[in-house]
Ligand binder design. Structure first.
Ligand code: COA
Length: 416
């Protein structure tokens, strides 16, 4: 059986992380993704944070698998002519240039529509069109600050903190992929293409939905009972940073396990789910708490939640994080060890499911990457190496109808 997106041709004008994460996903699922790169240098991530001299950096290889690479200087007349031919033959153009770059190149939405009325043009920008910051260039952490993640992450006595997860970059790419697939579906009905735009600020905000929930509750009643500041601390008029508190109705915290003094990740996340109170008390050897009205409702526990966590930490002090989870899982308690990247890289289950895959690369050797987080019953996602710079230039030009002489001329003129 073919891949679901086979036959969809994508001009991949993306660079760094947000755009490439989107087009990589579409390439995994069968689209022909042609990465257009500047001759000589290519995507800046090819050379950023290299650990093997003269080989593409992991930053590039882990975001550009299953694609083809075409080098093209789109500021030359020949380069523009090639791009025009490509646009006529493709379904989607994806870009995450700085604001206005595609227009300055001569490829406005009007011009692209003229060349191919069915074309879907998908863009990532830092801020949405018409936003008072729409002219700004944006990277990951800028977006986390603009989207509400930084002001609500970290500890109450520390500064705003960004997450290690790429909420601004890869997350925006995932939003864009949903937008592209939606537009392709509509094009099947109407035959018309359209513009799809996702801003990094909006994508971060979309994941901070519960914090906007909290702002409105705070405005209304002046406190948030699931935050560590309640009931003993102070609230101001903005959603505070809540440390490791659970964001919903189930209080939780990161708790120390055996070895925490020397191992920075000897912790588990422990959640006190209401209906699991009885099994929690049994697991902890505290049966007297089960029916005690001072403890047996979430409300009653709220003002002593950190004392309860301290009791749990005491219970955890002679157990490793793995031993603790093995005990707690029997009591149906939602919990997990805090896993380091080293542990994740070695995790047998993640290897077996294809969530972590080994990829052979001609210059880098074998490296690990994150495979498809979406699993399909009728498709196995195969992660292939990222292309070398310009690896498919001649092949793509020949597909577009250029003769060997014309291709040689373009090379000589440094247009490709
Ligand atoms: N041939 C010729 N010129 C090319 C080219 C090619 N193949 N590919 C890119 N260029 C040119 C662009 O046309 C642009 O030229 P211009 O500014 O003279 O019009 C130029 O390269 C620079 O593009 P830009 O995207 O602005 O690069 P930058 O390095 O200055 O900025 C970002 C990088 C990421 C900050 C910026 O692209 C951005 O804000 N993107 C939107 C948000 C985003 O995706 N952020 C990154 C998330 S990982």
């Amino acid at each position: 059986m073919g891949k679901p997106l086979e036959g969809i041709k994508i001009i991949d004008f993306t660079h760094v992380q947000a755009g490439p994460a989107c087009t990589q996903l579409l390439a995994w699922y069968g689209a022909d993704v042609i990465k257009v790169e500047r001759p000589g240098s290519g995507d800046v991530t090819r050379s950023q944070l290299r650990h093997v001299e003269d080989a593409d950096a992991l930053y590039f290889t882990m975001l550009n698998s299953n694609k083809r690479s075409l080098t093209l200087d789109t500021k030359t007349a020949q380069g523009k002519e090639v791009l025009e031919r490509l646009i006529r033959e493709s379904d989607v153009l994806v870009e995450n240039f700085g604001p206005g770059a595609l227009d300055r190149m001569g490829f406005t939405w009007e011009r692209i529509k003229e060349l191919n009325p069915g074309m879907i043009v998908a863009s990532v920008k830092g801020f949405s069109d018409g936003h008072h910051y729409q002219d700004l260039k944006v990277y990951e952490n800028v977006a986390q600050c603009a989207g509400g993640a930084a002001s609500t992450t970290g500890f109450w006595d520390g500064p705003p903190t960004v997450s290690g997860a790429a909420l601004g970059d890869s997350n925006t790419g995932m939003h864009l992929a949903i937008g592209i697939l939606t537009a392709l579906h509509q094009r099947n009905q109407t035959g018309k293409g359209q513009k799809v735009a996702v801003s990094m600020q909006d994508s971060v905000l979309n994941l901070c939905r519960v914090k906007l929930r909290d702002q409105q509750r705070l405005d209304a009643i002046g406190y948030l009972e699931e935050y560590p500041q309640y009931p003993h601390g102070e609230f101001s008029d903005v959603v505070p940073r809540g440390g490791n508190a659970g964001g919903g109705g189930q209080p939780g915290w990161v708790l120390k396990c055996k070895g925490w003094e020397t191992d920075p990740n000897a912790y588990i996340y422990f959640t006190i789910q209401g209906h699991a109170w009885e099994p929690i008390c049994r697991a902890l050897g505290k049966p007297e708490w089960i029916d005690d009205p001072e403890y047996n409702t979430a409300r009653a526990r709220q003002d002593k939640i950190f004392d309860i966590f301290a009791t749990i930490e005491n219970w955890l002090s002679d157990k490793t994080k793995y031993e603790a989870v093995d005990i707690l899982r029997k009591f149906d308690i939602p919990c997990s060890p805090v896993l380091s990247m080293k542990e994740i890289a070695a995790d047998k289950s993640l290897r077996e499911s294809g969530s972590i895959v080994e990829v052979p690369h001609p210059k880098l050797g074998t490296y690990l990457t994150v495979g498809s987080p979406i699993k399909f019953s009728d498709m196995t996602v195969e992660v292939k190496p990222s292309p070398l710079l310009g690896e498919h230039t001649d092949e793509v030009l020949a597909d577009l109808g250029y003769t060997a002489e014309q291709i040689a001329e373009m090379h000589a003129a440094r247009a490709v």
